[in-house]
Design a protein around this ligand. Structure first.
Ligand SMILES: Cc1cc2nc3c(=O)[nH]c(=O)nc-3n(C[C@H](O)[C@H](O)[C@H](O)COP(=O)(O)OP(=O)(O)OC[C@H]3O[C@@H](n4cnc5c(N)ncnc54)[C@H](O)[C@@H]3O)c2cc1C
Length: 450
């Protein structure tokens, strides 16, 4: 939900120095800042609609848009930054067409960004675009919030809310006419070497084997949504194919777009409803799987996403703690050398090393591959799960702290896996898994080299 706040509430100590001599020319009095906290799109953005309504109530106003680090997100890794840059470029161009400036603060929270721009502009109001949720409020009472997914699903008290159309921004531009060159400067808020902030060479070149060869911008996100539901009819096979390991079509590939917010989860849900209605209208074509099943599975996956988002909010710090929401004693041996080799895709198990090579080269891994890697990390390598989770968060193209942490904790037996309560983490028998999901070992062969 958008929050409206006076900018002075967000003043925080910051090391940035104001250069008074290059102040911008202000074109008007009433400036509204829209803070995109990782939500890089115009579709389904309540805050933009609230900004438009506010400007109209004031008899006019000008927007500036700040793209900031989402709350709880550490620095993004190379693959996700590449995607983010593509989404930002398109969004900046769309806003520029209405003369609305977009300022990117890759290392700043919204509070720090507001402080940074204070010498240049002091917005009268700040509106926030935060996480894309299906539900606008707790779908299950927080006091009664379940620890496992099946209870969450059963107890849902509300339906997902419909998405909003893109906002009409005409007439809200022209806030700042003369930003200084090279704005915004980079502030030393991180000790990371500058090379870490460049896209990885593989991400720049694009590995031809990638299961996610798409651009991260909003138009590409919507095109992918349309393709998977309506053009390729991907849902017809989704129930069977979603455990696949190779290629673009075995699953939707929505997660990288959701991760940077160039796609709204409510838009996906609504398009699923539209797709289903069309199938009912036409009676389908009698192909191998009922489409309703594919829709149901996709909805279930989107609810898993929602479950982890609300669980993180419900459980706070324990959600990411080594003992997890079960409060178990930390497990694993802190063997740095074993971990280092794992991060280089050199842990010694050919199936796992192949998965890790794909991760390093492209940032994407199938859900099945992630499960194998995490289970092997915890049960065979016996390393602390939080180390693996942190590395994934840096490397994944769809990195999201709540979804990544929730899945890792689940597989480490400290999270929401009902089988692990009072017992051990589930252990994947890799030989059996390969027989089931990749009998010809296509994935291992594809990723046998860097
Ligand atoms: C160890 C581990 C770490 C993970 N880290 C992340 C992460 O950082 N970011 C992330 O988005 N997903 C994460 N996942 C969940 C899942 O693997 C990916 O969402 C999925 O593989 C993305 O591909 P897709 O969009 O084609 O999935 P699809 O099968 O097409 O699913 C559609 C959507 O449902 C949601 N979804 C599917 N499976 C899950 C799940 N297990 N948990 C939560 N949501 C799910 C995603 O939003 C996904 O885009 C992780 C899973 C594991 C086992």
């Amino acid at each position: 939900m958008p929050r409206l706040a006076e900018s002075r509430r967000h003043r925080v100590a910051h090391s940035c120095k104001a250069e008074a001599s290059w102040g911008p020319t202000m074109a008007g009095e009433f400036t509204i800042a829209v803070a995109l906290e990782g939500q890089l799109r115009l579709d389904d953005q309540p805050a933009f609609h609230a900004a438009v309504a506010l400007a109209h109530r004031q008899g006019g106003g000008q927007l500036i848009v700040l793209a900031c680090l989402p709350a709880g997100q550490r620095l993004r890794g190379p693959h996700q930054r590449q995607l983010e840059a593509q989404a930002l470029a398109q969004l900046r161009a769309r806003l520029a067409a209405e003369a609305i400036p977009l300022l990117h603060f890759p290392q700043h929270s919204t509070a720090a960004a507001l402080e940074a721009i204070r010498p240049l502009v002091r917005p009268a109001a700040v509106l926030y675009c935060q996480e894309s949720w299906l539900f606008g409020d707790w779908p299950v009472q927080p006091g009664n919030f379940p620890k496992v997914f099946s209870d969450f699903r059963r107890r849902l008290e509300r339906s997902p809310e419909p998405p909003l159309p893109p906002p009409e921004l005409r007439g809200l531009g022209g806030a700042v006419l003369d930003w200084p060159p090279n704005w915004p400067p980079t502030w030393p808020t991180t000790s990371l070497p500058p090379a870490w902030l460049q896209p990885a060479p593989a991400a720049q070149a694009g590995d031809p084997r990638s299961a996610f060869p798409f651009s991260g911008d909003e138009a590409s996100a919507l095109a992918r949504l349309r393709h998977f539901l309506f053009d390729s009819d991907g849902l017809r096979h989704y129930k069977a194919s979603r455990n696949g390991l190779v290629g673009t079509e075995f699953s939707s590939k929505f997660s990288p777009f959701l991760g940077i917010g160039s796609l709204s989860v409510r838009r996906i849900w609504q398009e699923l409803l539209r797709y289903e209605a069309l199938q009912t209208d036409t009676g389908g074509d009698g192909a191998d799987q009922p489409t309703g099943e594919g829709c149901e599975w996709m909805r279930q996956e989107l609810l898993w996403r929602e479950f982890f988002l609300w669980s993180e909010r419900r459980h706070g710090a324990s959600f990411h703690a080594p003992g997890g929401i079960q409060g178990r004693p930390p497990q694993g041996e802190p063997d740095r050398e074993r971990f280092r080799r794992w991060t280089l895709a050199d842990c010694g198990h050919p199936l796992i090393d192949a998965q890790l090579r794909e991760l390093l080269a492209t940032g994407y891994l199938s859900n099945r591959g992630r499960q194998w890697v995490a289970s092997h990390f915890v049960n065979e390598l016996r390393l602390p799960w939080t180390w693996g989770a942190r590395f994934f968060e840096w490397m994944l193209i769809d990195a999201h702290p709540a979804l990544n942490g929730g899945n890792w904790a689940y597989l480490a037996g400290v999270g929401s896996d009902p089988r692990s309560f009072g017992g051990s983490p589930r252990r994947f028998d890799l030989e059996r898994q390969v027989g089931l999901y990749d009998p010809q070992e296509l994935h291992r062969k594809l990723w046998s080299y860097r």
